[in-house]
Design a protein around this ligand. Structure first.
Ligand SMILES: NC(=O)c1ccc[n+]([C@@H]2O[C@H](COP(=O)([O-])OP(=O)(O)OC[C@H]3O[C@@H](n4cnc5c(N)ncnc54)[C@H](OP(=O)(O)O)[C@@H]3O)[C@@H](O)[C@H]2O)c1
Length: 246
């Protein structure tokens, strides 16, 4: 049986930009009510103001730094109280390294920033949301991982470590939820042309960005997974741009 989407409630982390924003729009188009979460309140509120012009009353901003356990607990609790239910969790909040760094050059603060954001946010937001998801006959949790969840590169091991670990969480969750109404999936993209590349110490040329995946491509895959019959299990979709060369 397919999950009826109209009237369900979704939490999307990292919703102010990039992949999270594209997934938010895709869910709103399906009639889903969306609780958007991201760190910078001004950015999130601006995006939500614009979305409300098209989808009044169906989208709300919940600013939070979900790399912090207490913030994740607070915000999921607030959303649960405001919406009364949560059917879908899309873990999209994430950061990447500003530049490649070999182990000798590893800085604890940078390592912890990336681990806290890419791993802890998935752990805590999912833990806090699961009781709501389990109350529904059908529900869905998805995390945006990366091809780096499967391949570590020399200077990119910090980001890869965060994504390998998040993959371990999602695969464990798949086992825990198998046969229940909570479906679990991940998407592991290669390069996607989003704001994440603007934080690089060395700017990425526009012609390379043009060959990357688009955030909408990832949203389409998320929607495809969400709309599958509940008997169908796809644990992970790895997706890469066709024309992009490293
Ligand atoms: N773009 C790619 O090439 C690519 C490839 C593979 C995987 N991914 C993964 O896809 C996910 C989304 O990335 P993106 O490309 O869409 O990045 P993006 O355009 O930079 O958007 C990231 C979003 O996450 C939010 N965020 C970051 N840290 C947060 C925190 N501590 N608490 C709450 N929100 C936080 C940001 O809000 P603020 O701006 O307010 O911080 C923003 O809304 C990430 O997990 C990333 O690792 C991206």
């Amino acid at each position: 049986m397919r999950m009826p989407l109209a009237g369900t409630c979704a939490v999307v982390t990292g919703a102010s930009k990039g992949i999270g924003l594209a997934i938010t729009k895709a869910l709103l188009e399906q009639g889903v009510r969306v609780a958007t979460v991201s760190r910078t309140a001004a950015d999130l509120e601006q995006v939500v103001r614009q979305l409300r012009e098209q989808y009044p009353d169906r989208v709300k901003a919940f600013p939070a730094d979900v790399s912090q356990e207490e913030e994740a607990v607070r915000v999921i609790g607030e959303i649960g109280r405001a919406f009364g239910r949560i059917d879908i969790l899309m873990n999209c909040a994430g950061v990447s390294q500003h530049s490649p760094a070999r182990l000798e050059a590893l800085e604890r603060q940078e390592f912890e920033r990336i681990l806290r954001t890419n791993l802890n946010s998935v752990l805590y937001c999912t833990r806090e949301t699961l009781p709501y998801l389990r109350r529904q006959p059908q529900s869905f949790v998805l995390s945006i991982l990366s091809t780096a969840a499967f391949h570590s590169s020399g200077g990119g091991f910090t980001y890869a470590a965060s994504k390998y670990a998040a993959r371990a969480v999602m695969e464990g969750l798949e086992q825990d939820c198998k046969g229940s109404g909570v479906r679990v999936a991940s998407i592991s993209p290669g390069p996607v042309n989003t704001n994440i590349w603007s934080h690089k110490d060395v700017p990425v040329p526009q012609e390379r960005k043009d060959k990357m995946l688009r955030a909408q491509d990832i949203a389409e895959i998320a929607l495809f997974l969400l709309r599958l019959d509940d008997n169908v299990h796809i644990g992970n979709v790895t997706v890469e741009p066709w024309f992009y060369q490293k």
